[in-house]
Design a protein around this ligand. Structure first.
Ligand code: ADA
Length: 607
């Protein structure tokens, strides 16, 4: 009998009771018969391990939609093949399918080992079975989770992932919205062979003190057995060895080691010179190499002072776009090539920043931003939730989990310079304020090294500016109203100053207007590419000429599919949000050149 350890990153399985109680999957699948699998591969833009064996499980998986709630695992047959990562909406029979699906993959194990399965993202609820035994449950498409199976015998085994992208009370964050909640295993999957003790994660926090670089390094060792073992944890950075600690590992579970180290010879990370270093952690147990973990890190600090944001002590202004993960041919499962194209187009437009609206990004995109010096505002998952939606009994734990997973999983990316929460939710109410406070405090406790913000559309009725380090406004002058962008942002500065944001840096986090790709007309009426370019121009002209503005993020980088709906969503022509500077296929609209003019000009004036 396998000793199965359920070990979700969030350890939140109890909280999925509501979901589990629906009790729709209760069988045990048949034992695996076929062969699999791909070879060892890199799952990031750099090699994460040299000792630990990491196998990518990306590729072709068996699939079926589960139409009947009474289906048990053993009665499921798999008539389809789908690609992982992928979204089932890309298959001709599931173009608009919302519901449940089952994915199956058979894996061959060479010799008895413990396995760690890492799912970088399943949209939006996953239940994972190994040889018919439930090993993980996870909610939210945009953060990773893992499960460990101990003492797996050599031979063939079966992995089944039940995926659900339906809406309902059990899902407080994935709701019908102005973007699309796709279904499927939408980010990569890896299988790792681990020893009885392994390095679970590293948290690296750079510190600039007395004119020199230091860093806090924390490492978490996970142990699967109860034996008393001696260990030593050491790492290398920039070719130099460092000792993190040694001792006896006694009980099973997690051990954390930390230290503050000097790094006198390193160069800083910055947009102009995005210098990265590998931090190579090695775990020695009973004198033998047991495990390793490699992270890529950069030395930079982010501060706020005098109403401005500083990177390494120098004031910066974000010239950015909001990005959804969406493409007509891959859904939200954006491949690396397309991520790189997105980064190239942003750079070509003159952007130095991107906001991961409205959820944590695929880590490979963050890896690209690290490499290219693109500054990132990363935010948790929520868009436009009313107080009623925030009062959903599942809202609190689902936010707590996505916040924790976002910060723990993406802590080491130097490109991330801001954490944000709850885009356009009920921060204008007393009850909403409590939740904003709780979440900002949670993130600050997890990582005090980055400033915090949230994007607000509540204008003078906003109640939470005092809780954040930066005030951020989503205003749409020229689109939802006819205000002058300059006058409106002067007013906004006044609202912020009067409502707890006095002296804090200010960002225009969303502005823009619809432009239907190819719809050009000399009348420049709403919806034409010309009008969209005019709106972008008026906004950029106002914000780039005001020194109290610390950044601007255009809504949005690319058009995106939205949920089909009959209420306000019906205003989204073509079931898409068409405010992209490029369309869903990344074809530039007229506004592209407008952005280039302003963002590239701004570059010169700031040199
Ligand atoms: C909001 C919201 C975006 C998008 C935008 C729009 O500001 O944050 O997700 O919906 O409005 O297009 O109206």
């Amino acid at each position: 009998m396998l000793d199965v350890i359920l070990n979700l990153l969030g350890k939140d399985s109890k909280r999925l009771e509501a979901w589990r109680d629906r009790n729709i999957f209760n069988g045990i699948p048949k034992k695996a018969k076929q062969k699999q699998i791909g070879g060892e591969r890199m799952t990031r833009l750099f090699q994460t391990n040299e000792l630990r064996k990491v196998f990518s499980l990306d590729g072709s998986w068996d699939f079926t939609a589960i139409k009947d709630d009474g289906d048990s695992l053993e009665s499921i047959s798999y008539p389809y093949k789908l690609t992982v990562p992928g979204c089932w909406e890309m298959h001709p029979e599931f173009l608009t399918y919302r519901g449940r699906g089952a994915y199956r993959k058979r894996v061959t194990i060479r010799e008895k080992t413990a396995l760690r399965f890492v799912f970088k993202g399943v949209s939006h609820t996953a239940r994972v079975y190994f040889d018919g035994v439930l090993i993980a449950e996870h909610y939210n498409a945009y953060t990773a989770f893992h499960a460990i199976v101990n003492e797996v015998e050599q031979g063939e085994h079966e992995l089944v992932v039940l995926v659900d992208n339906s809406f309902g009370e059990f899902s407080a964050l994935h709701v019908p919205n102005d973007y699309y909640t796709y279904g499927g295993i939408n980010r990569p999957v890896a299988m790792e062979e681990i020893k009885d003790q392994y390095v679970e994660r590293i948290a690296f926090t750079p510190i600039w003190e007395n004119g020199a670089w230091k860093a806090s390094v924390q490492a978490y060792i996970h142990k699967l057995n109860n034996l008393e073992l001696s260990y030593r944890l050491s790492f290398q950075l920039n070719g130099k060895p460092y000792e993190l600690g040694e001792g006896k590992l006694q009980s099973d579970g997690e051990t954390m080691l930390s230290g503050i180290f000097d790094f006198p010879e390193v160069d800083a990370w910055s947009p102009e010179s995005p210098k990265l270093y590998e931090l190579r952690m090695k775990l020695i147990v009973e004198g033998k190499e047991a495990d390793d973990l490699i992270e890529r890190v950069g030395f930079r600090v982010v501060t706020t002072a005098n109403g401005k944001i500083q990177l390494n002590g120098k004031d910066i202004v974000f010239k950015g776009v909001n990005r959804h993960e969406d493409h007509p041919m891959v859904g939200s499962a954006i491949p690396l090539q397309l991520m790189a194209l997105d980064a190239d187009l942003m750079t070509d437009m003159g952007c130095n920043a991107v906001r991961t609206s409205h959820y944590p990004s695929d880590e490979r995109f963050l890896d690209l931003c690290d490499e290219r010096g693109i500054l990132v505002w990363e935010e948790n998952h929520a868009r436009g939730l009313s107080l009623e939606q925030m009062s959903n009994p599942n809202f609190r734990w689902q936010c707590e989990q996505v916040n924790r997973e976002m910060v723990e999983q993406h802590h080491n990316h130097p490109s991330i310079v801001i954490w944000a929460i709850l885009n356009e939710c009920a921060s204008n109410t007393a009850k909403g304020r409590e939740m904003y406070k709780e979440q900002l405090e949670q993130i600050r406790a997890l990582d005090a090294s980055r400033p915090l913000t949230f994007a607000s559309h509540h204008r003078e009725s906003e109640l939470c500016f005092d809780l954040a380090d930066i005030v951020s406004f989503n205003l749409y002058p020229g689109w939802y109203g006819d205000e002058d962008p300059g006058e409106l942002c002067d007013l906004a500065r006044g609202w912020a100053d009067a409502k707890g944001g006095l002296g804090k840096p200010m960002i225009m986090s969303e502005f823009g207007g619809d432009g239907y790709y190819g719809h050009r007309d000399a009348s420049r009426v709403r919806g034409t590419e010309e009008r969209q370019a005019d709106i972008i121009e008026a906004n950029l002209s106002a914000y780039t000429s005001r020194s109290f503005i610390s950044g601007m993020f255009i809504w949005q980088y690319c058009d995106c599919r939205v949920t089909e709906g009959t209420d306000w969503l019906i205003t989204r022509a073509g079931t898409q949000n068409s405010k992209g500077i490029v369309d869903r296929y990344r074809r530039p609209k007229l506004a592209y050149a407008t952005v280039q003019r302003y963002f590239k000009k701004l570059d010169k004036s700031f040199k």
